[in-house]
Design a protein around this ligand. Structure first.
Ligand SMILES: [Zn+2]
Length: 345
């Protein structure tokens, strides 16, 4: 009888008490965005549901732990946990099939960019918004998962969470201050300094640097071809008196380049326009372009994608493929910076 009781006690211990103890000692997770936790794309079983939704570990930020996110389309301001928010940002900003070290670099860059924005507010009632053209891209976990192939949802999301979890608390600093961590899609091989894009100075950590391997990405090369009439039409919207003699090849020509090799000024007939404005007027992917004329058309052959300042995302992935760590990547794209725990500054 005693023996049987002992067996029963052992059985209860094995089945209930020990697993409970291990669970308590497991990872402490934040409340997170309930949307994400309930929204597993994989509905085939409880175990899979749990693994499909890796969650952010709790990290005690002295400041910045919660940020106010403005959803531009609804005008709603949501209070979000910083690292939960960064999973939404990283998964919106960088393809999940990029190398883990590139995703980690993106996580640190996005965290730094967010904290910089908290301290340098653009919006009255929020720290940052979800519009990539204004602040930083953001996508809900539900939408993110829905856009991935079903068989990749679990591994992709877990990879994003790992990139954020493994860099928790880390930001990029210069003179012990968070930097304005600009980033873009593809530099075309060479990054740009901010003065050539927005004017103004004061970012000594944003210098021109070169990266190998960016030409292997779809974001590297693009073309825009316009008829002479379309070219005139687009220019007229800004310059009503525009006049171009298409029989004279010199009437459309690049006059000056920036130090990074991007276009600084272009002559279009009776006007000289900056490379940045030319990019905007014709919807070019970058200011790194050449212009040719053939068969009555004007063709812009473009290298790279984005403003070209700070970290190139494809450059980061290319470096990671060649063995660089996320720290190497950050130190490559941002000059003389340090990677520090935000609680230490
Ligand atoms: Zn904004």
């Amino acid at each position: 009888m005693k023996k049987i009781s002992l067996y029963i006690i052992c059985f209860i211990l094995l089945c209930f008490i020990l697993p409970a103890l291990f669970t308590k000692n497991g990872k402490e997770v934040s409340a997170g965005t309930s949307e994400g936790n309930q929204n597993s794309a994989n509905s085939s079983g409880e175990t899979q549901n749990q693994t499909a939704t890796s969650t952010i570990e709790k990290y005690n930020y002295n400041k910045y732990g919660t940020i106010k996110l403005l959803h531009k389309d609804t005008g709603q301001v949501e209070e979000v946990n910083l690292d939960d928010y960064l999973c939404n940002v990283v998964s919106a900003e960088m393809p999940a099939d990029f190398e883990l070290e590139a995703l980690k670099a993106q996580a640190v860059v996005a965290r730094t960019y967010t904290i910089y924005k908290v301290n340098n507010k653009k919006h009255d009632n929020a720290d940052i918004c979800d519009d990539s053209a204004c602040c930083q891209a953001w996508i809900s976990k539900a939408n993110r998962l829905a856009r991935w192939d079903e068989n990749l949802r679990e591994s992709n999301w877990n990879k994003i969470v790992e990139a954020v979890n493994s860099t928790q608390g880390l930001i990029i600093t210069y003179n012990n201050e968070p930097i304005n961590a600009f980033f873009h899609s593809n530099s075309g091989g060479t990054t740009e300094i901010p003065v050539n894009v927005w004017g103004g100075t004061g970012y000594p950590y944003l210098q021109t640097v070169e990266t190998a391997g960016e030409e292997g990405y779809t974001q590297y090369a693009s073309e825009v071809t316009l008829s002479q009439a379309d070219l005139i039409e687009k220019l007229k919207q800004k310059y009503s008196d525009i006049s171009i003699d298409f029989s004279n090849p010199e009437d459309i020509q690049i006059k000056e380049h920036t130090e990074s090799g991007r276009v600084k000024t272009v002559k279009f007939g009776n006007h000289e326009i900056s490379g940045v404005e030319t990019r905007s007027i014709f919807g070019l992917r970058s200011t790194n372009f050449e212009i040719t004329q053939e068969n009555g058309n004007v063709k812009f052959t473009v290298k790279g994608y984005g403003h070209g300042v700070g970290m190139s995302q494809t450059g980061a992935d290319s470096m990671a493929k060649q063995g660089s760590t996320y720290e190497d990547i950050i130190h490559h794209f941002y000059t003389n910076v340090e990677i520090k725990e935000v609680n230490s500054i």
